[in-house]
Design a protein around this ligand. Structure first.
Ligand SMILES: Nc1nc2c(ncn2[C@@H]2O[C@H](COP(=O)(O)OP(=O)(O)OP(=O)(O)O)[C@@H](O)[C@H]2O)c(=O)[nH]1
Ligand SMILES: [Mg+2]
Ligand SMILES: [Zn+2]
Length: 349
């Protein structure tokens, strides 16, 4: 297999060792994952995979790498290669679960528009996910052509984190989108995230040769119509790969303490400086947070946002951990039940 083609598809050097243990297996990357079926790309073939054949089917996402056993054109997944750069959120709804968005990413394009979609807190949520996964975040502000004061969006977004890259574009104009090519070269994998209607699929159409469906957002509140309904992988014209995702209605943080600490490094720096170790930052004397807000070193908005997101991630981390522990107990009791049932049957016959 041509190693250059393999690295163009994003295959990382450190997976060679795993592959070497199964030299006949074909490495392939998941381009789509549906309920019962997935599509995987090897360097020269497209495989349809029946997920009923794979016990870890709930643990697969677009961008994952699999080792396949291919017999007469039929692909059987043997194992998933260990991930890096995996973006996940707390699944929407009652069930306390993590939902995988995309794996093995280098860059996350966090897309928002220069209109009422723009929200610093939402950008902070995405930034925390990216930093937690050690994926480089880039904020892409679309619809600059429909806005007279682009700097009013670029300025506050840039202030969210030192060194953060923020690019304003007209997603419908390929020349304007060219600035994004810096993250789109061969071997690179990017994912697009953002609300419905911000122009994720329009960006794909400008950056790739594919044609994705797009649909006009509503007049008045700029809300999109949830045009894209599944995640999918696409070849970028610049040589890399990009994942389109459906617009998210809700972005609840999973446990991502490291990501929040990285994003709010300045806030965390103040936290250790209060006079009392157990300061609740609610008017206690010698509170460093109050002092930083008074002096203008820290904005009230940023502090409140940190507190809210920190509380949310801690609570979700706890409920997800409890749920996983509960699932494990269920699996154990089910296995015991099976063993006992077999034992009973065995004695009868
Ligand atoms: N004028 C202008 N229109 C844009 C821009 N970006 C996107 N649009 C329009 O906004 C609408 C929504 O774009 P989509 O690409 O479908 O949005 P999406 O983020 O993929 O939405 P979902 O698939 O629903 O998540 C389309 O009518 C696009 O043509 C832009 O930069 N400028
Ligand atoms: Mg779309
Ligand atoms: Zn304090």
């Amino acid at each position: 297999m041509n190693p250059e083609q393999l690295s163009r598809l994003g295959f990382a050097e450190h997976w060679q060792a795993v592959w070497q243990a199964r030299p006949d297996a074909v490495p392939a990357r998941l381009a789509r994952v549906d309920r019962s079926r997935a599509v995987a790309w090897s360097v020269d073939q497209v495989f349809e995979i029946d997920l009923a054949l794979y016990p870890g089917k709930y643990d697969l996402t677009v961008g994952d790498w699999l080792l396949l056993e291919v017999t007469d054109g039929v692909a059987l997944p043997l194992e998933r290669l260990p991930r890096h750069g995996c973006i996940q959120r707390r699944a929407a709804g009652e069930r306390a679960d993590q939902q995988l968005i995309a794996a093995n990413l280098d860059t996350l394009f966090i897309v928002s528009s220069c209109n009422t979609d723009f929200s610093l807190e939402r950008l902070e949520r995405y930034l925390a996910l990216a930093l937690d996964a050690q994926v480089e975040p880039v904020i892409v502000l679309t619809k600059m052509d429909q806005c007279d004061a682009v700097q009013d969006y670029v300025g506050p977004a840039s202030a969210l984190s030192p060194g953060l890259r923020v690019e304003a574009v007209n997603a419908k104009d390929p020349a304007s989108v060219e600035v994004l090519n810096a993250w789109c070269g061969a071997g690179q994998t990017v994912a697009l995230v953002g609300s419905s209607g911000v122009g994720k699929s329009t960006l794909i159409n400008a950056l790739c040769d594919d044609e994705q469906d797009t649909q006009q957002a509503r007049d008045g509140d700029d809300k999109g119509r949830h045009t894209t309904t599944a995640r999918s992988l696409h070849w970028l014209r610049a040589g890399g790969l990009i994942v389109d995702t459906p617009g998210m209605r809700e972005l609840q943080l999973p446990g991502c303490e490291d990501g929040l600490d990285a994003l709010f490094e300045d806030v965390v720096g103040h936290l250790g400086q209060c006079r009392f170790n157990d300061c609740a930052h609610q008017g206690e004397p010698g509170c460093a947070i109050a002092a930083a807000i008074d002096s203008g070193a820290l904005s009230q908005r940023r502090w409140q946002s940190y507190e809210k997101l920190q509380r949310e991630q801690a609570q979700n981390a706890r409920s997800i951990a409890e749920r996983n522990a509960h699932d494990k107990t269920l699996t154990r009791s089910y296995k015991r039940y099976q063993r006992e049932a077999r034992g009973v049957k065995g004695r009868r016959s």
